[in-house]
Design a protein around this ligand. Sequence first.
Ligand SMILES: [Mg+2]
Length: 173
Amino acid sequence: MTIFVDMDEVIADAYMAHIDIYNQEFNANLQLKDCFGKEAWQCVPVEHQQSIKLHTHRVGFFKDLKVIPDSQEVLRELSQKHEVFIASAAMEFPQSLREKSDWLDEFFPFIPWQKRILCGDKFILKGDLLIDDRSKNLKNFDGRTIMFTSPHNTNTTDFERADTWKDIADKLL
Ligand SMILES: [Mg+2]
């Protein structure tokens, strides 16, 4: 089976990074539970929204992301049984390419460069399964789709869903 796995909000915790940076810089107390059904920038006052929207353009943002729990263990096992590719629409943020490559070297060294697709539009991907947090990517995929739960997508009911990597393990291992 050929499996594509997204990075941000699936194996790399970009959402929590937005909250942490925002809280630090604005001395705020935004919490994950305040964010269900919304993008991080939609959870803060209008005058602060642009600041959050620009996080992803900062040098170092993608280098410092925390790993989503259990993703390393489950992906290691999956990659022994299947063709597992990391697929990230990284071209949206060109400075992220190096950071994402370095991040994968550090945390997912068992996924070699040949299995890393840093791309533009994901409609080009053809395979059996796509694990992603964004409807816009999942709805154009021909194979099975699993929506990985992130605060912004909690209200979406259009896709099979996994809340955690343990859920992925239960479904696929
Ligand atoms: Mg994502």
